[in-house]
Design a protein around this ligand. Structure first.
Ligand code: PLP
Length: 385
């Protein structure tokens, strides 16, 4: 049996590899602490669970959902965007629910890219921005994100021939994996670039609701002209502790939303309607505010501990990650391997997010405080050794 050439072009999915290593250690009876995957440890808010329980008891939610989504959910997204970002959205034509930001980002590649087209993707960046284009027979072209530029891509450095072939440009602020928040002027520059080169801008807003120190993350759609050139993918996964529920939406440019919907009608049959009603309740209630304080406290504890052992790290204003340089003499992979073997702590090697992630590692703050303290203690011991 031979898998397709296209699937063989994919690198192994980073977290599949991490999960395998953790399973091995656990099977050997070792107490592994995983700071690898960004999967919130707190439960989904009770009112959302209750809304789900009510909706699931209603047999009218049990049949095939429509891929357009229930009006209740589309209208709840529109209310949320108006309240939170001051952005007006038309529920009928500018909002379609998605089975998580991951599904949405992946399917946008199939909807917008042909063989030979280019998708511009941040390096380092969320792996689906590069794997998705490969699966669409297109080419991901990397835009380096470096600390010296505040992790903003340099649009002027994009080669003319790549800009000419580009059909999609991916952005994501607050940013995974770097923790960077939106650099000044970037959204405005991107709107201009997209107009010049006829590129669809896809802003992945997975972390706008997990921010600290009073920072409030904007929506791309607040930028003048954004809706003419782009869409935003908004997910409830991180902000509402709902990773398992697969709840997100694509919002913005009507033509792009419609192209996504047309493709999706051939791929899946939409979101379980009970989940849609629960997601609407979640949006109306807003994200659980206490999570900001929980993550901020963990962020400070980890950054203080890293500083104390000589790791130079900037406390991020958003996301659920710390992005830190590996100690001298290591690659990101060799350091993460060493920590796993010696301390049974799983870190994400920066190089897995792209060549410019080399030299860094990522810590996810999604484990309970006492486990995080234990993990940082083990890191300290392994660095001291
Ligand atoms: C930048 C980014 N986009 C999308 C996702 C996936 O989100 P969802 O659970 O909505 O599919 C993640 C998950 O880690 C992410 O970091």
């Amino acid at each position: 049996m031979k898998p397709s050439n296209r699937s063989e072009r994919l690198p192994p999915y980073l977290f599949a590899e991490l999960e395998r290593k953790v399973r091995e250690k656990k099977a050997a009876g070792i107490d592994v602490i995983s700071l690898g995957i960004g999967d919130p440890d707190s439960p989904t808010p009770e009112p959302v669970v209750e809304a789900m329980a009510r909706a699931v008891a209603d047999p009218s939610t049990h049949q095939y959902p429509s891929n357009r989504g229930r009006p209740e959910l589309r209208e709840a997204f529109a209310r949320f965007y108006e309240r939170r970002f001051g952005v007006a959205l038309e529920p009928e034509s500018e909002i379609i629910p998605a089975l998580g930001a991951k599904e949405c980002v992946f399917n946008l590649n199939l909807a917008f890219l042909d063989a030979g087209d280019v998708a511009l993707a941040a390096d380092p960046g969320y792996p689906v921005y590069t794997g998705g284009p490969l699966l669409a027979d297109a080419e991901p072209v990397l835009m380096p994100l470096v600390p010296e530029r505040g992790f903003a891509p340099d649009l002027d450095a994009i080669a003319a021939e790549d800009a000419a072939r580009a059909r999609i440009l991916y952005l994501n602020y607050p940013n995974n994996p770097t923790g960077a928040v939106l650099p000044d002027g970037l959204f405005e520059g991107v709107v201009e670039f997209a107009r010049q080169h006829d590129v669809l801008v896809v802003h992945d807003a997975s972390y706008t609701e997990t921010t600290f120190d009073g920072y409030v993350a904007p929506s791309f759609l607040e930028t003048p002209g954004a809706k003419e050139v782009g869409v935003e993918v908004f997910s409830l996964s991180k902000g509402w502790n709902m990773t398992g529920w697969r709840t997100a939406a694509i919002v913005g440019n009507e033509d792009a939303v419609s192209a996504y919907w047309r493709l999706k009608t051939n791929v899946d049959s939409g979101m379980f309607e009970a989940v849609q009603l629960a997601a609407a309740a979640a949006l109306d209630a807003g994200p659980p505010e206490e999570m900001k304080a929980i993550y901020q406290h963990r962020r400070d504890a980890v950054c203080d501990a890293l500083h104390a052992i000589g790791v130079d790290v900037t406390p991020p204003k958003g996301t659920i990650y710390i992005w830190a340089p590996v100690p001298e003499g290591h690659t990101s992979a060799s350091y993460c391997e060493l920590v796993l073997q010696e301390s049974a702590v799983v870190l994400s090697p920066g190089g897995a997010y792209g060549p410019n992630g080399e030299g860094f590692f990522r810590i996810s703050l999604t484990v309970p405080d006492e486990r995080l303290t234990e993990a940082v203690g083990r890191l300290r011991d392994s660095l001291a050794a």
